[in-house]
Design a protein around this ligand. Structure first.
Ligand SMILES: *[C@@H]1O[C@H](CO)[C@@H](O)[C@H](O)[C@H]1NC(C)=O
Ligand SMILES: *[C@@H]1O[C@H](CO)[C@@H](O)[C@H](O)[C@H]1NC(C)=O
Ligand SMILES: *[C@@H]1O[C@H](CO)[C@@H](O)[C@H](O)[C@H]1NC(C)=O
Ligand SMILES: *[C@@H]1O[C@H](CO)[C@@H](O)[C@H](O)[C@H]1NC(C)=O
Ligand SMILES: *[C@@H]1O[C@H](CO)[C@@H](O)[C@H](O)[C@H]1NC(C)=O
Ligand SMILES: *[C@@H]1O[C@H](CO)[C@@H](O)[C@H](O)[C@H]1NC(C)=O
Ligand SMILES: *[C@@H]1O[C@H](CO)[C@@H](O)[C@H](O)[C@H]1NC(C)=O
Ligand SMILES: *[C@H]1O[C@H](CO)[C@@H](O)[C@H](O)[C@H]1NC(C)=O
Ligand SMILES: CC(=O)N[C@H]1CO[C@H](CO)[C@@H](O)[C@@H]1O
Length: 890
């Protein structure tokens, strides 16, 4: 969201006295000791300190562990263990090794003097990582490590960014420092930080490199004077904690990374339904009206969202008593639930300091907030004016947050919400810099309740399907001024904070004596200095670490607390959290959208590259974009195309800014038609996608695949980021040019089947052109060799969808065979019964086997076998609660 930050096209002085850096002496290894799983060594500064951006640390240690056959852990840290390391409370480390190094696929070799190391593939000898081209620099506020790259390396990841999926590798910088980034500017740091990349080689497969370091950093791609390409990490703190993954299949790299940072959370079935939001739905009537309008337009809507509009003067946990009165919000939720629809509401991290605001006061009492040296809460400015921010990583902050959620979202007295949206958690703050006086700034920027939108009892129009209180005043209107927020008082009084456990111990809190505002090495933060527009980096967290070191993980800690709050209310149901800020490991707790983009063709295209980064590298399978764009005015034809494209993205939500005109799909007939058609396809594919989400959450394989993940030896696929596989069988090739009606797309050397007509199409490893693509159409193909389970028909809610029977589409590959799978459960219960059914086609017979723990009561009513000669449909009634075989008569 939202407040446009002036484009601070700041040229930060990163240019360094190169001579100084080049004078750095590097290190010398000694005392090398082989261990069962690797080795340890001491590293000593090899000459006079250069102190380029701080003080050189003279004594380091190296630890190398072959943790599994495919994972190598290499950490370089200070001998005193004072330098900050990422606390396990954010990212628990994987269990230590048991695998001796001689079974590892990766080999580590050490050069002792000057110190450098190489990681190679044991079988082929391919060099994957080689630090010999520049000296290691390890200082108090600057750490540099460089690795050589092959020419024209194919590198992916290092998000969050709005660049092409395959990153530029010449004179290119990725800065990792979570920031508010209105208009998702190119070549800048955005909302999330994921210091992980995958490199793919045509002959050698893929490998992955993860640097577990949460400090601000620049990752530079460049060439040496003699033209050798390299990738260089420049971080302003922390240690060099690397994990190398051997792949060699691209999706194996994804899985191996998930083993370290955690598998992604499984999402509820309903969250794959279509969702609508807007900043500027300024009263509760509007939420009901939008839902009713979707029904009238015959477009399935699963979830309606409440942005900060619902809050009383932008305060968390209190509704605007006039525009969103509690009693009517409760009626809204009840009605939505009866209609099998859901409500998601926003919670921001900034808590108003208004002294009559009880949730804030309870947080004070609980000691929930980030604090200044004197123990007073650290203050800044956010939507409600002057605010304080919780320390979500502390037991105090987390437990208080869970309690506030349980009060506000109490099904008996509050809002029985279905999911929570966390925004502004980079942290974004409106005070621009450390000179800012929050009180003054809040007074200057505070917005009173919107005078253009006075309270109103109803919309003046009937809202079919909603209670009387939403209907035009015909004598039934009530007094909506009743202030609901007192509902909470009783609960509030009985609230007692449990005795807090001690904050988790973490010794590696960071070196003393650092400059937290103005380190000598300046990362290229597009917002300026590192404390600009965020919580000041000198603030100490409850566990003794500093925001300087933990800034990038604020959003991660927040979503963990929010998830805990949802679980406390509904202990056995999968929570749904959506976040803007992310870090490595966030996928284990939350979904993500790509922030505040623009209603433009450029961002329509960018949404594909952003999705691929998150699903294939960053272990965040549940992602999507603001459909039709957030900022600016959505054009009809663009929105029609975008509705179709987004129907093939895991998280599908139309959302727009308060300043943007309305853009619900029903606003234009051609958009409505496109949405109806695309959503019918999406819903028929919903169980197929749900199965892909299940694989992501149990195996770490992508929910959406880039083409090269499935065709890793076809170099033409390496740079493709305008097409993708939804799951691993459905190839989506949208029209991508502005206002175009034709598209050129690539079909690998394989057999495909048109999703809409089921006709076979032989791919030749060439680009094909499709002309006259209707505004409501999108080219989609099924990959040969797959079996796709479809619901036989769509429905207007996922609840209704679950009643439908299945049709299996068998799409034989070039060898005449096919396989697929279907995961079934009740869609929401954690650890509930489930079936994991596998389908195989050997050229003459379909077999369904696997595990059948969930009684779905559903049947397969048709098997459609595709071929170059046309399709054959076999009808019948095969229960999905057990094994079966189907043999066509021909
Ligand atoms: C691997 O190393 C272990 C001891 O670390 C040894 O027992 C085993 O025989 C070795 N295996 C091979 C294949 O060299
Ligand atoms: C790449 O190297 C050139 C020449 O030294 C330098 O001007 C440029 O800033 C470097 N780019 C990055 C991203 O480091
Ligand atoms: C709902 O539809 C009605 C009738 O077309 C229209 O007047 C109204 O503006 C729509 N409301 C919203 C919130 O889209
Ligand atoms: C779905 O369709 C049914 C039957 O037409 C209708 O009764 C129901 O209101 C619709 N639900 C929604 C959420 O549109
Ligand atoms: C605090 O909140 C109360 C109740 O909403 C309001 O009347 C008062 O003006 C607020 N005080 C400040 C300083 O904003
Ligand atoms: C952080 O810096 C601010 C501004 O200089 C100062 O007022 C505050 O005391 C510092 N806080 C800590 C914890 O050092
Ligand atoms: C960054 O901080 C330094 C030192 O506090 C200050 O001199 C400089 O003006 C700041 N830069 C910006 C862009 O605010
Ligand atoms: C008026 O109230 C009745 C129920 O009391 C309700 O059925 C009706 O929809 C309301 N609105 C209109 C426009 O009649
Ligand atoms: C990714 C992308 O296209 N970003 C654009 C967002 O919008 C701003 C302003 O229009 C552009 O400058 C960015 O390039």
């Amino acid at each position: 969201m939202k407040k446009s930050l002036q484009s601070l096209a700041l040229v930060v002085a990163t240019a360094v006295a190169a001579s100084v850096v080049e004078d750095c002496p590097g290190y010398k290894a000694s005392n090398v000791v082989k261990t069962a799983s690797g080795l340890t060594a001491d590293l000593k500064l090899a000459g006079d300190p250069c102190d380029a951006f701080g003080q050189d640390i003279p004594d380091l240690k190296l630890l190398v562990e072959h943790q599994t056959e495919s994972r190598l852990h290499v950490i370089i840290y200070d001998a005193d263990e004072q330098v900050y390391q990422v606390p396990e409370s954010y990212i628990p480390r994987p269990d230590p090794s048991e695998h001796p190094s001689n079974r590892s696929q990766l080999a580590f070799s050490l050069n002792e003097d000057p110190f450098s190391f190489q990681v190679t593939r044991r079988d082929s000898g391919d060099v994957l990582f080689d630090t010999s081209s520049a000296q290691l620099i390890f200082e108090s506020q600057y750490v540099r490590l460089r690795t050589s790259l092959p020419a024209d390396a194919n590198i992916y990841g290092l998000g969050e960014h709005s660049e092409p999926y395959r990153l530029p590798t010449t004179d290119y910088r990725r800065t990792l420092w979570n920031s508010d980034a209105a208009w998702i500017p190119r070549n800048q740091n955005l909302y999330g930080s994921h210091p992980v990349y995958l490199e793919h080689r045509q002959s050698g497969g893929s490998h992955g490199v993860f640097l577990l370091n949460s400090n601000g950093m620049d990752i530079n791609f460049n060439h040496t004077d003699s033209g050798e390409p390299f990738l260089e990490y420049n971080t302003i703190g922390g240690v060099l904690d690397y994990y190398f993954f051997d792949g060699p299949d691209p999706s194996a790299v994804s899985s191996q990374y998930a083993d370290v940072i955690g598998l992604p959370a499984m999402m509820p079935y309903w969250s794959l339904g279509f969702q609508q939001a807007k900043y500027g739905y300024w009263d509760v009537n509007m939420l009901a009206e939008v839902a009713a309008n979707y029904t009238a337009a015959d477009i399935p809507l699963e979830v309606i969202w409440a942005d900060i509009d619902y809050m009383d003067r932008r305060k968390n946990f209190v509704t605007d008593p006039e525009r969103f009165p509690m009693d009517k919000m409760r009626e809204l939720v009840d009605t939505l639930h009866q209609r099998h629809q859901y409500l998601i509401m926003m919670l921001d991290p900034g808590m108003s300091t208004n002294t009559s605001y009880e949730p804030y006061l309870r947080g004070l009492e609980a000691g929930a907030y980030l604090e200044n040296e004197d123990g007073s809460p650290f203050r800044g400015v956010q939507w409600p004016g002057e605010v304080v921010w919780p320390d979500y990583n502390s037991p105090e902050g987390k437990e208080w947050w869970v309690q506030e959620m349980s009060i506000f979202f109490d099904p008996e007295t509050g809002i029985d919400v279905d999911g929570v949206w966390n925004d502004m958690n980079e942290v974004a703050q409106f005070c621009p810099d450390i000179q800012c006086d929050p009180k003054q700034h809040a007074d200057d920027t505070n917005t009173p309740p919107d005078p253009e939108h006075p309270p109103r009892p109803n919309t003046g129009r009937p809202i079919p399907g909603f209670p009387d209180s939403f209907q035009p005043d015909n004598g039934t209107a009530r007094n909506h001024n009743s202030n609901n927020n007192n509902n909470n008082n009783e609960n509030a009084r009985s609230l007692e904070y449990r005795q807090q456990e001690d904050a988790p111990r973490w010794d590696k809190k960071g070196l003393p004596g650092r400059d937290f505002f103005d380190p000598l090495y300046k990362i290229s933060n597009h917002l300026g200095n590192i404390s600009d527009h965020t919580v000041y980096t000198n603030v100490t967290n409850h566990d003794g670490t500093r925001q300087y070191d933990t800034h990038n993980m604020y959003g991660l800690a927040m979503v963990k607390a929010t998830r805990a709050g949802l679980l406390a209310r509904r202990p056995n149901k999968r929570p749904f959290v959506l976040t803007r800020a992310t870090f490595a490991g966030s996928g284990a707790h939350t979904a993500h959208w790509f922030g505040d983009n623009e209603s433009s063709w450029e961002h329509y295209r960018a949404s594909i590259t952003q999705m691929l980064g998150f699903t294939s590298i960053h272990q965040m399978p549940m992602v999507g974009t603001d459909v039709c764009g957030f900022n600016g005015e959505a054009q009809e034809l663009m929105c029609a195309r975008w509705a179709a494209l987004a129907a093939f993205m895991p998280f599908m939500r139309n959302h727009a800014d308060i300043s943007a005109p309305v853009q619900e799909f029903y606003q234009w007939e051609i958009v409505a038609e496109s949405a109806r058609k695309a959503l019918a396809a999406r819903y028929r594919l919903l169980d197929y996608m749900y199965t892909a989400m299940y694989r992501a959450s149990t195996e770490g394989v992508p929910s959406v695949n880039p083409l090269f993940f499935l065709y890793p030896s076809d170099p033409a696929t390496f740079g493709i980021d305008t097409q993708f596989f939804f799951g691993d069988a459905v190839l989506v090739s949208p029209v991508v040019e502005d206002d175009a009606q034709s598209v050129e797309f690539y079909l690998p050397d394989d057999v495909f089947y048109d999703f809409w007509t089921l006709e076979a199409v032989r791919g030749r490893g060439e680009t094909v052109t499709r002309d006259n693509v209707d505004w409501t159409d999108i080219p989609v193909h099924i990959r040969g060799g797959t079996i796709v389970p479809l619901r036989s028909e769509s429905a207007n809610t996922t609840t209704a969808l679950r009643e439908k029977s299945f049709t299996l589409v068998v799409a034989p590959g070039l060898d005449g065979k096919a396989s697929g799978s279907l995961f079934l459960d009740d869609g929401e219960t954690i650890g509930g019964d489930s079936s994991d059914i596998s389908f195989s086609w050997d050229g003459s017979e379909l077999r369904a086997g696997g595990e059948f723990g969930y009684e779905s009561g559903r049947v397969v009513e048709a098997v459609v076998v595709l071929s170059a000669d046309g399709k054959e449909t076999i009808e019948g009634e095969w229960s999905l609660d057990g094994e079966f075989t189907v043999k066509p008569s021909s």
